[in-house]
Write a protein of this length. Structure first.
Length: 333
C-alpha cells in the first residue's frame, strides 16, 4: 500500500468537489469536515475547493445559495474529484458536460468519489460498469435499474476500488472520506481528524441497519457492551465461545446478532480491530513486530505478517516505511 501523498510531503492532495443544484448541504459538509483545514494541531495535508458547471449562485436544499466561482476546469487540477449527493427527481439525467469532465479527470489519474446520490454521476460516466457500488439504500433500486452494468450493493457503507469510490447516504460519506484519509495518510492521521470531529475512526456495520426501524428485539440485544469488553482485551486470545459466554447467549445467537447489527462475523470483527491496532503501533512506535503481535493478540510475528498481508496486501515493514509518523516514540504503549 502506497499513500497518494506521503505523510511528510509538503505537497497537498487537492480535493475538488463538484456541486449541482439543488445541492444537499450535509454530504458536502461531510467532505468539508474531513478534507478542509482543521485545528492548528492537525497539519493540513489536503487542499479542498468546490466548483460547478455554471459558476455563480448554486441553489441548495437548505433554502440558501452557495456562491461558487470556479467552473469544471478546476477538475483538471484535482487529485480527487468528489461528487457529493444532491436532490434529483427520479429519472434525472446527468449533464453530458459534467460526464465528460469527470471522465477526463479519471483518465488522467484522478480518483473519483461519489457520496450518496453522487454515485449516479460516476455510473453515468461509465466508471462503475461491472463494479460494485454503494448509494443511499432508498436509491439503490433506481441506480440498478438505470445502470444495469453497475453491481449495486444496498448494504455496505462504502465501496473503494482505488480509482473510484462510492458511499451510502449522507453520514456514510464521513465513513468513506475517513477511509480515504487512512489510505492516503495512514490510520493515525485519520484518527486525529476523527477525534476532532468527535467521530469513530471506523464505524461498524452496514447501512441496512438504518434502512428501517426494527420491529422486535429488546435494547438488551445490543452488542455495544460486548464490543467494549473485547476492545479492552485485544492482547488476549478470545474465542467466539468465550464471547458468547460473556454476552450470556449461545454462540449461534451471538453470530446471528453480529451479522444483523455489525454485518460481519465475531471473528472478523475482532481481527479487524487487531489489524487497526497494529497499524497504529506501526505508525506511532518503534516496537518490533514480535512485540506488536503480542500486544494486539496475534500471538507471533509470523501470524501478524500473514494476517496483515491478507488484510492490506502489504507487509508491516513496508507499511511502517510508508506511514511512519514524525517523532514516533518507542515508549508509547
Amino acid at each position: 500500500m502506497t499513500p497518494r501523498t506521503p505523510p511528510n510531503s509538503p505537497v497537498l492532495h487537492r480535493v475538488v468537489a463538484v456541486l449541482q443544484p439543488p445541492q444537499s448541504t450535509f454530504p458536502l459538509a461531510c467532505a468539508t469536515e474531513v478534507f478542509a483545514d482543521h485545528s492548528p494541531a492537525i497539519p493540513s495535508r489536503y487542499a479542498f475547493e468546490v466548483c460547478t458547471e455554471h459558476p455563480g449562485p448554486v441553489r441548495t436544499q437548505a433554502g440558501y445559495d452557495l456562491l461558487v466561482t470556479k467552473g469544471l476546469d478546476a477538475l483538471e487540477r484535482a487529485d480527487t474529484v468528489l461528487v457529493p449527493g444532491w436532490h434529483q427527481p427520479v429519472g434525472t439525467e446527468v449533464s453530458t458536460t459534467l460526464i465528460a469532465a469527470v471522465r477526463r479527470a479519471h483518465a488522467r489519474g484522478a480518483r473519483v468519489v461519489g457520496i450518496c446520490s453522487g454515485a449516479f454521476v460516476l455510473a453515468a460516466a461509465g466508471l462503475l460498469d461491472d463494479r460494485r457500488a454503494a448509494t443511499h439504500w432508498a436509491q439503490a433500486r433506481e441506480l440498478a435499474a438505470r445502470f444495469p452494468r453497475v453491481r449495486v450493493d444496498p448494504a455496505v457503507l462504502y465501496v473503494d476500488h482505488g480509482d473510484v469510490a462510492t458511499s451510502a447516504g449522507s453520514a456514510a460519506g464521513v465513513d468513506l472520506c475517513l477511509h480515504l484519509v487512512r489510505t492516503d495518510q495512514g490510520a493515525a492521521y485519520a484518527m486525529r481528524i476523527a477525534r476532532q470531529m468527535v467521530m469513530p475512526p471506523h464505524r461498524e456495520g452496514c447501512q441496512l441497519q438504518y434502512a428501517e426501524l426494527p420491529t422486535s428485539g429488546p435494547v438488551a440485544d445490543s452488542l455495544a457492551p460486548l464490543l467494549e469488553w473485547l476492545t479492552g482485551r485485544l492482547d488476549q486470545p478470545v474465542s467466539v465461545a468465550e464471547m458468547a459466554v460473556h454476552a450470556q447467549v449461545s454462540a449461534r445467537t451471538l453470530t446471528r446478532r453480529f451479522t444483523e447489527q455489525v454485518g460481519i462475523s465475531p471473528g472478523r470483527w475482532l481481527l479487524d480491530r487487531r489489524i487497526a491496532a497494529t497499524r497504529a503501533l506501526l505508525e506511532e512506535t518503534d516496537l518490533p513486530v514480535e512485540t506488536i503481535a503480542h500486544r494486539v493478540g496475534l500471538s507471533s510475528a509470523v501470524n501478524l505478517r500473514r494476517r496483515f498481508h491478507e488484510a492490506l496486501r502489504t507487509t508491516p515493514a513496508a507499511y511502517r516505511r510508508a506511514f511512519r509518523a514524525d517523532g514516533a516514540d518507542s515508549r508509547m504503549p
